[in-house]
Design a protein around this ligand. Structure first.
Ligand SMILES: [Zn+2]
Ligand SMILES: [Zn+2]
Length: 299
């Protein structure tokens, strides 16, 4: 087996698999457990990388960190494997229709371009899940044990995976990107995201493996804290903007989260709206913002 050709060794049994496009969306990096049982965490590395990997190793099991298309798109390459996912994300992996409901595009003008992207560009398929997992479930692959850490916020069933013996933590889409946390779907919650990042900080892992940023070593705690801080930065900018009462459309057009809307603009406007709505709800819960005469204003 010649794994170094396609992957980077993280520990005795763990390998980092770099996705196409350096792991930028719509691709996502993976982690491979090369133990008695061979297991891949996520399948979004891209077809050519997956094919190369499969020439070197027969993958027995696949664990999905969550239901998003950039992490699951390769499932049709491995019809024989056993698939795992957190029970809260199973429906959106087994049914692309359910995933579209989470994105809130089903039955809207955005459904057609979404379908085109998901089915034609990503070749996304419904993927059967054989076993549901939950927080603290642990996998025993032989010498390697991976502990499941349920980290909702980015998706209801988002999970990270810790190898306690090597201190490697696969953080998936708690990805430490400069953009910051993403919570633009119906099933996501900012308070959950905050708790999840704090949970990861408390682990004091040595090495993080991010789905979109790769291997992260050194100052791990600080980097997670910086990532978390983006949520509060967005909130401060929002409260400042609400020094004057504003309609929801005015707030969304300000693009506090995205800065500017890339193409397809409608999709990014939708994500901005969903994320802003979650911030407004949160700020109202904490009595920092109120809503009157169709407008929001800071208190
Ligand atoms: Zn995701
Ligand atoms: Zn992702």
């Amino acid at each position: 087996m010649n794994l170094p050709k396609v992957a980077t060794q993280l520990s005795d049994m763990l390998w980092f698999v770099q996705a196409l496009n350096s792991g930028r969306y719509p691709y996502a990096n993976s982690m491979l457990v090369d133990d008695r049982t061979k297991c891949m965490i996520d399948l979004g590395v891209g077809g050519s990388v997956l094919r190369e990997l499969m020439n070197e190793v027969k993958i027995d099991e696949v664990v999905f960190s969550h239901c998003h298309e950039d992490h699951t798109a390769g499932c049709s390459f491995l019809p024989e494997a056993k698939f795992y996912a957190h029970r809260f994300d199973v429906d959106a992996i087994e049914s692309v229709g359910k995933l579209k409901e989470r994105y809130m595009v089903r039955g809207t003008d955005l459904e057609e371009p979404f379908d085109k992207f998901l089915f034609e560009a990503l070749n996304l398929k419904d993927c059967r899940i054989d076993k549901e997992i939950e927080d603290r479930y642990f996998f025993d692959f032989g010498k390697t044990r991976l502990t499941v850490i349920h980290t909702p916020g980015h998706s209801a069933g988002h999970c990270c995976f810790l190898d306690p013996s090597s201190g490697v933590l696969f953080t998936s889409d708690v990805d430490l990107s400069s953009f910051g946390p993403w919570y633009g779907c119906a099933d996501l919650d900012i308070d959950d995201f905050i708790s999840s990042i704090n949970k990861l900080i408390s682990i004091k892992a040595e090495t993080l493996v991010s789905s979109h940023k790769g291997i992260i070593r050194g100052d791990v705690e600080l980097k997670l804290k910086d990532f978390l801080e983006k949520i509060f930065e967005r909130e401060r900018r929002l409260v400042e903007f609400l020094g004057k009462s504003r309609t929801f459309t005015e707030i969304v057009n300000k693009a506090i989260i995205y800065g500017k809307f890339s193409e397809p603009r409608e999709a990014f406007v939708l994500f901005e709206s969903v994320m802003i709505k979650k911030h407004l709800d949160r700020l109202m819960r904490y009595d920092s913002v109120t809503y009157e005469d169709g407008k929001s204003v800071a208190i």
